[in-house]
Write a protein that binds this ligand. Structure first.
Ligand SMILES: Nc1ncnc2c1ncn2[C@@H]1O[C@H](COP(=O)(O)OP(=O)(O)O)[C@@H](O)[C@H]1O
Ligand SMILES: [Mg+2]
Length: 259
């Protein structure tokens, strides 16, 4: 069984929406999926009530001390993918989820403030030596070119590193996500041939490759990856080229962000 965790301290980033979207995409790809909700806000449970279908099962686990054993039991029970949705902020349950998960996915809107707010989650993942990746969510459809055009050239070995920590594709801002959530559906059920569904299926493909260590996919994306928001430390010596920096949990740098 693989376990992925959606975490970031900022509310409204898309943790619950992506947890559901990925759950349904994985289920449609043949996985036995369990959604675990550690957020008392209850977005997933409410979605389940509207859904009126048993699968995928949503279960709540609020107690950090119960997460590890619950995951072990699910694995014994034949679940092949657990997806843990966490609440805003960093709390004991989120920390435990990251600790016992295989991959921490950090959704963020493509703004400086949102990306800066991911630092604490990154620190927790790094503290437990857990792989993590950002998902750029709610990216503006018409701003796509602006986002990509502004990409600053990365130095030679940066793309491979960035391909590992930046999930592809970016998930655009589209009504389908909100409508699917309201209808108790995953976006790949709500509008199966829509662009949002396609993005989520591709995202699941990326996540699965990352979980299974399928280098082919990360190699492939390495050649095309552009990081739309460059977080670079202002170089002390202006003649030095700025390096792309992916370790922004190390906080004693001043950031320059170019949209
Ligand atoms: N890609 C997207 N496009 C449009 N709306 C989105 C998208 N992702 C999330 N949303 C909406 O943004 C709001 C917050 O998302 P949610 O998943 O509840 O965030 P979080 O769980 O991080 O607090 C919800 O109304 C959700 O439907
Ligand atoms: Mg949520």
């Amino acid at each position: 069984m693989h376990t992925i965790v959606l975490a970031t301290q900022k509310g409204g980033s898309g943790k619950s929406t992506l947890a559901i979207g990925l759950a349904l995409a994985a289920q449609q790809a043949g996985h036995n999926v369990r959604l675990i909700e550690t957020d008392k806000q209850g977005t997933l449970s409410n979605w389940q009530s509207r859904r009126g279908l048993v699968e995928p099962i949503v279960e709540t686990v609020y107690d950090a001390g119960k997460i590890e054993r619950r995951l072990q039991a699910l694995e014994r029970g034949g679940v092949t993918l657990s997806i843990i949705d966490t609440g805003a902020g960093i709390n004991a349950a989120t920390t435990a989820a990251i600790r016992y998960g295989d991959l921490c996915l950090i959704p963020t809107r493509p703004s400086v403030a949102d990306i800066e707010a991911t630092a604490q989650t990154v620190s927790v993942a790094r503290a437990w030596r857990k792989p993590f990746a950002f998902i750029l969510n709610q990216t503006p459809i018409r701003g796509g070119n602006r986002v990509n055009d502004a990409t600053t050239a990365l130095d030679e070995d940066a793309p491979r590193d960035i391909a590992e920590v930046l999930a592809k594709p970016f998930i655009m801002m589209r009504n389908d996500h909100q409508d699917a959530l309201a209808a108790g559906l995953g976006v790949s059920e709500f509008a199966p041939s829509g662009k949002s569904a396609e993005e989520i299926r591709c995202l699941w493909h990326w996540v699965e490759a990352r979980l299974t260590g399928d280098a082919a996919v990360t190699e492939e994306s390495a050649s095309v990856t552009e990081f739309p928001i460059m977080l670079i430390p202002a170089p002390a010596d202006k003649t030095e080229p700025a390096r792309a920096l992916i370790t922004w949990a190390d906080s004693n740098v001043s950031w320059d962000a170019c949209l």
